[in-house]
Ligand binder design. Structure first.
Ligand code: F6R
Length: 244
């Protein structure tokens, strides 16, 4: 696991953007695994800027998102499909036929999970998977205790995750309690993984990832078993590792 320390959120976003631009330009038909949430927003802004400046094109990119809330339609402003369109897809030359965000309102959610897995396999697997990290150490919506052998599945969100994500909703009651999420094994099957962490709220989780054991109690710790992981972290997220 390579750890790159940067000053702050903006530096993390820029570093992550040049990392991804390099991969997108190098790979012929890049298959990206994408994340939502506050962490990658700055990265997506930088990618749009790189695209506008002609430094990168998404026309041959295919993407698969990590997760989607159960019960939110695509056009719901809190759905992750909407987030991706709003923050990235609508501003670059990616084809919407080449993006797949799990369908959280599928009539058969189990089948939707199988379909997500199959679509990733059919595309040839994910080249670069982007991840954030939950304050509880989750990756995707794989909460502590999720087996490392998990595939895409319907998951129950922890109370702490519902609480953390309620900042995007009008009230906590509106936050869905379930999501469709790629499993840990799905994530680990990616050829390369890029995890971003910024801010003091991630410092505890990051310390467990960097200094702790590999355990299902800290889902992100599984990344230590992957041969090609880069973590870009800002100073605030590094505080506990530094013993501050
Ligand atoms: C998002 C995802 C989650 C987030 C994590 C951190 O698609 O799968 O694991 O990456 O909850 O969220 P933020 O970035 O909002 O702190």
């Amino acid at each position: 696991m390579e750890v790159i320390r940067v000053k702050d959120y903006d530096a993390m976003s820029k570093e992550a953007a040049s990392f991804l631009v390099e991969r997108i330009n190098r790979l012929k038909n890049p298959i990206l695994g994408l994340a939502t949430g506050s962490t990658p927003e700055g990265l997506y802004k930088c990618l749009i800027e790189e695209y506008k400046q002609g430094n990168v094109s998404f026309k041959d990119v295919k993407s698969f998102n990590l997760d989607e809330y159960v019960g939110l339609e695509k056009n719901d402003p809190n759905s992750y499909y909407y987030f991706m369109k709003d923050k990235l897809f609508d501003h670059v030359d990616i084809s919407l036929d080449h993006v797949r965000v799990p369908n959280g309102v599928a009539t058969d959610l189990q089948q939707e999970c199988v379909d997500h897995e199959e679509a990733i396999k059919a595309a040839g697997g994910i080249d670069v998977q982007l991840l954030g990290i939950g304050a509880n150490g989750h990756i995707g919506f794989n909460e502590p205790g999720t087996p490392f052998t998990s595939k895409t599945q319907v998951v129950d969100l922890e109370e702490s995750t519902i609480q953390a994500n309620s900042r995007f909703f009008n009230s906590i009651e509106e936050v869905p309690t379930q999501a469709v999420s790629m499993g840990i094994e799905t994530i680990m099957n990616s050829k390369e993984i890029l995890l971003l962490a910024s801010g003091a709220s991630k410092a505890g989780a990051l310390a467990k990832l960097i200094n702790g054991d590999v355990t299902e109690d800290v889902p992100a710790s599984v990344l230590k078993n992957h041969p090609n992981v880069t973590v870009i972290v800002d100073e605030a997220a590094f505080a506990v590792v530094d013993g501050k």
